[in-house]
Design a protein around this ligand. Structure first.
Ligand SMILES: NC(=O)c1ccc[n+]([C@@H]2O[C@H](COP(=O)([O-])OP(=O)(O)OC[C@H]3O[C@@H](n4cnc5c(N)ncnc54)[C@H](OP(=O)(O)O)[C@@H]3O)[C@@H](O)[C@H]2O)c1
Length: 275
């Protein structure tokens, strides 16, 4: 069995590649610049690379040839990805792909491309995680501003988010793509505990030993800030609007889906930071 992983160099895709290989499942890593294999699990799964670019439909058919299942990360920064993704799903159907897991978001209602998956593959899952704990690490805007200015900036006010460890998203994806059963449906994935951005700032401060505060700004100012960081206008507005939804309580809940699918509880934000 081979699983094609789109966005294989990204936050969730790279973790999924590692976990599949550790479970002896062969992986085809898709990316715009395929490189020599550099990720190996402890198991016996084989890894190969294929060039894949959402802006180049000629790369779709070779990517899906002879694969059993596909992890789909949508084209980044596109407000309506459906017209780009349908031709890919057509190729997946032609190639006989059996399962697809589409990475979506808890902030995006099912509909659009998610509602179309069943037209193309017998086993389909929409993974709808909440915000990633990893948004406060590495090169993400929150992490850069925490390091440079000692602040994280949001329009979330006192709204709470049950941040999820991206390793947990990858673990769920592995089960639905390569496990014995293919659960069809819409899975909302969360961490175990909703946190405000004030809580996050306090945990970052405790973890790093440097004071990090939460600066509250308006949705309009947040959109301008995101544009200033290179995010296209329509997408910046969409992201800023999601902060407003958080302020109104849209993300203030947890689900037990990670434990139901993987057999172990979702990891906390604190444990993510310490790892
Ligand atoms: N961050 C959050 O809090 C959060 C929460 C919920 C949902 N999400 C969803 O997560 C998704 C992002 O997933 P991620 O964080 O795992 O990925 P990521 O770290 O943002 O990486 C993006 C991936 O997309 C690939 N990519 C970029 N342009 C491409 C193109 N033109 N064609 C093909 N591939 C391309 C990149 O690969 P190459 O550069 O190698 O081509 C990279 O592997 C988004 O759809 C977002 O809505 C994020």
């Amino acid at each position: 069995m081979t699983v094609l992983v789109l966005g294989a160099s990204g936050t969730t895709g790279s973790r999924l590649v590692r976990q599949l290989l550790e479970h002896d499942i062969s992986v085809r890593r898709a990316g715009r610049s395929p490189s020599a294999p550099s990720v190996h699990g402890r198991g016996a799964g084989a890894v190969a690379d294929v060039r894949f670019d959402w802006t180049d439909p000629a790369t779709f058919a070779p990517a899906v040839r002879d694969v059993h299942a596909v992890y789909v990360v949508a084209p980044p920064g596109v407000a309506d990805p459906e017209p780009i993704m349908i031709p890919f799903l057509v190729e997946a159907q032609r190639a006989g792909v059996q399962r697809v897991a589409l990475l979506s978001s808890s902030a995006i209602p099912v509909g659009g491309i998610g509602a179309r998956l069943a037209d193309f593959v017998p086993g389909w899952t929409i993974l709808r995680p909440t915000w990633f704990a990893s948004n406060f690490t590495g090169d993400h805007l929150h992490a850069r501003s925490a390091r440079a200015d000692g602040e994280i900036v949001s329009a979330t006010e006192d709204g709470r988010v049950p941040f999820i460890d991206p390793d947990d998203i990858a673990a769920v994806a592995r089960h639905v793509l390569a496990g014995p059963e293919a659960p069809c449906g819409d899975l909302v994935l969360t961490g175990p505990e909703p946190l405000t951005f004030d809580d996050v700032a306090a945990q970052l401060s405790a973890h790093t030993g440097r004071t990090v505060r939460h600066r509250r700004i308006s949705v309009t100012d947040l959109s301008a800030r995101l544009r200033g960081d290179g995010i296209p206008g329509a997408f910046a507005d969409l992201l800023a609007g999601m902060d407003a939804a958080i302020a109104q309580g849209a993300e203030d809940r947890t689900t037990s889906v990670v434990e139901e699918i993987t057999g172990r509880p979702a990891r906390s934000f604190r444990s993510f930071l310490s790892r």
